[in-house]
Design a protein around this ligand. Structure first.
Ligand code: SF4
Length: 710
């Protein structure tokens, strides 16, 4: 049985289309207009909201790129050769059957991505649990959002990146950004912070003096890995200086006394000794937030990607709760989601411990509901599987999976301890990668499946404020490629599933997703594509009631205004303490390495490195370092350096930056091969979220030519 294929002509554009950017979670609106047979022209739909960043403007370049995959590839005698879809998918199905028969369903694993549409994320999770019967499914959003999500669940009983509309930030007099650099990662976002910037209310917490920090009235630059201590210090200062919102804390929260018992020991002068942030600046930060009529605390990856990420975000939430910010119109706490569908991607079942609607896979009621929608017995659904890094780390081991299917991810570049991950992939009996280009992970595959990209298919995404967006098709895909949904449909049928159980039409999949999410925390049952086509702004939850009988709910732009989502309606303080990074510097590795993004590139760079304008702007890896630190290592600006850690070495060109802390080097993580920042990053995991500690590890710096003992 072969897959449904596109019925649209392959060489015709379909007119001007209003849609959204393929990259980050801001999901800027854009209009695509025909520009010849194989491409479209981009223009921003809402210049008043900041327009587009350089990545968005250049997004169409990849549509007609010669780097595009247009035929399946099959490994044959060590090399990848073109194959028909029938041969490629037939081979995958046959090998899955053999491996499953030999070692059981958990021998086949699935790795998804936060860039997948809601429909794809949903069908991928269903494919894993029903067609494969495996518990071994997780996705790269584990590397992105999991600590903030876990902390939000703990504090509020529900996780949605921003529990308020993005535009609410425009009224803010004060905003604290912890570990966020939107001036480079999502520049249009800054347009929402103009008032706070003009009012002298922007506070940025970042070890680097980033372009965002340059715009701040107060830049707090803690020693890497000490954000939790800094949050405790500001919390302490707020309470000690009489800024606690007693009414809010008494009426709407629990757990303050336990949290304060820990924070009481973190007075600002003690915090200064640990973080390097002046006690006076901690007090000033508390004052700016407390005295503003409208204030927000926002976190992002810089403060979240730690082995203490959940507790660190919990400490920032404690600060927000102490000041009475969450659950009030015009103030709050929120998390800036990173990937395009980082929010929706974590709600619909591609995560190891979740089912659609943000349900827990170990909840009997959730299993019964979703199994009913899927037409299977609840007992047939597997339980929770391994988290992303633990899954990758187990590949090809005696107890781990021996086959892996990868969708929308490039873990050879993006996973921590990436040399170890590449070794594990090489140990597999079967690696299948679905992608638009021959990514570094696809190069290692046994079978590569060429798929459509953003402007060639319809689908929904959920942006960083929990709003469901329709990303629309503007261009026919090139001949030879299929959608991920078509691939999953074909594979499922070849594995013995009824065709109707795995529809390839995205709107049909969404209708099923609505039913599967109904009654769950992330309830999409009242969302329809027609409502989205009509331009309705729907933030989940959008309940519709049984069998969609009441589809008129207007959505929930602001969560928690009346009550938080815990059974008692109260938010919970967390009694969290500072622990420090898992791998502090020492004599052998005396520097902190931190990682991050640059304006022109996105995630592993698989897409943006293939866009000439973006590649030319930043063609290779570099290491930012203080000039004195470079000199001590025998390096100068422009020299080739090796950043050496316990797990490997990264080659990068030195950029001397006087504003860098002398004890820190910064590596962008978009580059492949020997320039992979993740060759040195530490896979130490947060005990709750299983988030790796991407943001701090110990390294030394040396000239690239010197042989280094590893
Ligand atoms: S900010 Fe994000 S969504 Fe907007 S254009 Fe840039 S990459 Fe695209």
């Amino acid at each position: 049985m072969s897959a449904a294929t596109s019925t649209r002509p392959a060489d015709a554009t379909v007119g001007a289309v209003d849609t959204h950017c393929p990259y980050c979670a801001l999901q800027c609106g854009m209009t695509l207009s025909p520009a010849g047979r194989a491409s479209v022209r981009v223009r921003p739909r809402d210049p008043s909201a900041g327009g587009l960043c350089q990545k968005g403007w250049a997004a169409a370049a990849l549509l007609g790129s010669p780097a595009r995959l247009t035929t399946p590839l099959v490994r044959d005698g060590g090399t990848l050769r073109p194959a028909s879809w029938d041969e490629a998918v037939g081979l995958v199905a046959r090998r899955i059957k053999e491996i499953t028969a030999d070692r059981g369903p958990d021998a086949v694993a699935v790795f998804g991505g936060g860039g997948l549409t809601n429909e794809k994320a949903y069908l991928l999770g269903k494919f894993a649990r029903v067609a494969l019967g495996t518990s071994q499914v997780d996705y790269n959003g584990r590397f992105c959002m999991s600590s903030a999500a876990a902390a939000a669940h703990r504090a509020f009983g529900l996780d949605r990146g921003l529990p308020f509309p993005l535009t609410d930030l425009e009224g803010a007099d004060a905003v604290l950004l912890a570990g966020a650099n939107p001036a480079e990662t999502m520049p249009p976002f800054l347009s929402h912070l103009r008032r706070a910037m003009d009012a002298g209310g922007l506070i940025v917490v970042d070890p680097r003096r980033t372009p965002t920090a340059e715009r701040a009235a107060l830049h707090l630059a803690p020693v890497p890995g000490t954000d939790l201590a800094l949050a405790l210090g500001i919390f302490h200062a707020a309470v000690a200086d009489g800024r606690l919102d007693h009414g809010f804390v008494g009426d709407r929260t629990t757990g303050f006394d336990e949290a304060w018992r820990v924070a009481a020991a973190w007075w600002p002068e003690r915090v200064e000794r640990v973080t390097g942030v002046a006690a006076a600046d901690q007090r000033r930060a508390a004052a700016i937030l407390a005295e503003a009529a409208s204030a927000y605390v926002l976190t992002a990856r810089g403060t979240e990607q730690h082995s203490t990420g959940v507790d660190t975000v919990g400490a920032w939430i404690n600060l927000a709760l102490a000041l009475g910010l969450p659950g009030r119109r015009g103030s709050g706490w929120g998390c800036l989601t990173g990937q395009g569908n980082g929010q929706g991607g974590r709600e619909h079942g591609q995560k190891a411990d979740q089912l659609p609607g943000y349900r827990r896979i170990d909840d009997p009621a959730a299993r019964a509901h979703v199994a009913g929608v899927w037409g299977v017995e609840p007992s047939a659904l597997p339980g929770p599987g391994r988290s992303a890094f633990e899954l990758l780390d187990a590949l090809g081991t005696p107890d781990g999976p021996s086959a892996l299917l990868v969708f929308a991810s490039n873990p050879v570049v993006s996973a921590p301890h990436s040399a170890r991950v590449a070794d594990r992939l090489a140990a597999l009996d079967l690696l299948v990668v679905a992608d638009i280009v021959l990514s570094e992970t696809a190069r290692a595959a046994d079978v590569v499946l060429p798929i459509t990209q953003w402007a060639e298919e319809d689908g929904t995404l959920t942006n960083l404020e929990g709003r469901v967006l329709l990303r629309r098709r503007a261009l026919a895909p090139p001949p030879g490629v299929r959608t991920d949904l078509e691939v999953l449909h074909d594979l499922a049928v070849r594995l013995g599933q009824p065709p109707e159980r795995f529809p390839a039409d995205p709107e049909t999949v969404f209708t099923e997703l609505r039913a599967a999410s109904e009654g769950g925390p992330a309830d999409y049952s009242g969302v329809t594509w027609d409502r989205l086509r009509a331009g309705e702004r729907l933030h989940w939850p959008v309940p519709a009631g049984p069998a969609f009988r009441r589809p008129g709910h207007q959505g929930t732009p602001r969560l928690f205004l009346d009550r938080f989502a815990h059974p008692d309606g109260r938010a919970r303080f967390a009694a969290v303490d500072h622990k420090g990074p898992a791998e502090p510097p020492d004599e052998e590795f005396p520097l902190y390495a931190i990682t991050g993004r640059v304006l022109q590139h996105y995630q592993s760079g698989a897409q943006t490195r293939r866009v000439e304008e973006l590649r030319a702007a930043v063609p290779e890896a570099y290491v930012e370092v203080h000039p004195d630190t470079a000199e001590r290592a025998g390096l100068r600006d422009g020299a080739a350096a090796a950043v050496v850690g316990r797990r490997g070495r990264v080659l990068a060109t030195v950029r001397c930056v006087p504003s860098m802390r002398p004890d820190v080097v910064f590596l962008p993580f978009h580059f492949p091969g020997a320039q992979r920042a993740n060759l040195v990053t530490n896979p130490a995991l947060d005990p709750v979220s299983r988030m790796p500690e991407f943001k701090v590890c110990a390294v030394r710096l040396s000239p690239a030519g010197e042989r280094e003992a590893q």
